[in-house]
Design a protein around this ligand. Structure first.
Ligand SMILES: NC(=O)c1ccc[n+]([C@@H]2O[C@H](COP(=O)([O-])OP(=O)(O)OC[C@H]3O[C@@H](n4cnc5c(N)ncnc54)[C@H](O)[C@@H]3O)[C@@H](O)[C@H]2O)c1
Length: 364
């Protein structure tokens, strides 16, 4: 039994999570495993109603009672401070110490790539971003704000523990993929914080002789991703560099509507979410692309011991895109429901066996 917390959130979040839940039901039936889903009311509506963002009881529940969290998006024009999104999303990432942010990127159809002459299959990389440190720890501030003497400062944090655990994850992932890892940083300019990452990489490399570990300065990596994207397999960066490179990588294969992510800490509840935000401009129109959320579900199921179901979902999504059955963000004319229906139609039922017939339906 996989216990999944659903956090649909704001804007198009509930629309794309509903699509993913339909797909979840289909793969549960076809693969004969059981899930229990529970929806938590966290987001702008609740904040506006009660003033609560992530109450302690909900946090403890998410931490202790579930195997995984499937998240939609947060962000609502009625909450211009975005305080609820910060508390919920950053709160979960920090308090659960979800240090791995994994964003796989694969080109399914040449029309999705903004570069010339890139055929399907020629781009296939996984960006592994450190998710808890670097410039995003909120250390810093301004001195004499608004005056000619104003000083603004943000502190970049790199820890040995943080670099080592992320690099170990990346090495392990490279082993399962094509055996190449590239650490991207600015160690030439950010000598202390990024130099530490290079030292830790050198120390760990002998433990993984089957992985070719290399380094690139992040600015060079940006150019190389555009000119030679086929060279990249596993791309690692700290929170800051990883943030930038993961968006660049996603743009090479179709952009936000196709970009899933997983924020994890092995052994703890993981958070799976589309990279996109709540897209208030199209919320309620039925035009949101559900594929990033559905692909996030696939990542969730793979981590929860259902790799076959995950692969089936990814294949169904890829076939849907290759057939041109897409929402307007990918150049198509379909709506959320039609694209979801296309994915569902491609999830083949398992051949009936006496055991399969005895499997209970999901209780979500
Ligand atoms: N993880 C998150 O929850 C997250 C991430 C990014 C932004 N946000 C929040 O979302 C709100 C909107 O932010 P934004 O406009 O900068 O980013 P966004 O990702 O919501 O939207 C950017 C553009 O992409 C389009 N888009 C996004 N997802 C799409 C989808 N699935 N299908 C089709 N089109 C899609 C939108 O219509 C918009 O034109 C803000 O409140 C922001 O803070 C939340």
């Amino acid at each position: 039994m996989i216990r999944i917390a659903l956090l649909p959130g704001d804007g198009i979040g509930p629309e794309v999570v509903a699509a993913a839940v339909e797909v979840l039901g289909a793969v549960c039936r076809s693969h004969g495993f059981d899930v229990a889903t529970h929806t938590l009311d966290l987001g702008a509506e609740r904040y506006l109603r009660t003033g609560e963002t992530l109450p302690e009881g909900d946090f403890v529940r998410l931490r202790d009672d579930f195997d995984a969290i499937l998240f939609g998006a947060l962000g609502d024009p009625r909450v211009p401070t975005n305080v609820h999104a910060r508390d919920i999303l950053l709160g979960l990432r920090q308090r659960l110490d979800l240090y791995v942010n994994l964003r796989p990127v694969a080109l399914w159809h040449e029309s999705l790539c903004p570069l010339k002459g890139r055929v399907a299959g020629s781009i296939d990389m996984a960006v592994v971003r450190e998710n808890t440190e670097s410039l995003y720890v909120g250390i810093g501030g301004t001195f004499k704000p608004g005056t000619p003497d104003e000083i603004a400062q943000n502190v970049m944090i790199s820890t040995r523990k943080g670099a080592e655990r992320l690099l170990r994850f990346a090495f392990g992932l490279a082993r399962q993929r094509r055996g190449h890892l590239v650490l991207c940083d600015k160690a030439n300019a950010i000598e202390a914080a990024h130099g530490l990452w290079r030292r830790v990489l050198r120390e760990l490399a002998p433990e993984f002789p089957d992985v070719r570990a290399t380094t690139l300065y992040a600015d060079v990596a940006c150019m190389r991703m555009v000119t030679h994207p086929h060279e990249f397999d596993v791309v690692v960066g700290d929170n800051f560099v990883g943030d930038i490179l993961s968006d660049l990588a996603a743009a090479l294969v179709g952009g936000l509507g196709l970009a899933p992510s997983a924020s994890t800490h092995p052994g703890r509840v993981g958070l799976y979410e589309p990279v996109h935000g709540s897209a208030p401009d199209i919320a309620g129109t039925g035009r949101a692309n559900p594929l990033a959320a559905i692909l996030s579900l696939a990542m969730l199921l793979r981590d929860c011991g259902q790799p076959g179901a995950a692969t089936d979902i990814e294949t169904a999504c890829a076939d849907t895109v290759r057939a041109g059955l897409t929402t307007p963000d990918l150049g198509g004319t379909l709506g959320t429901r039609d694209v979801t229906a296309s994915v569902l139609a491609r999830i083949r039922p398992r051949p009936a066996t006496p055991e399969a017939a005895a499997v209970p339906a999901p209780n979500g």
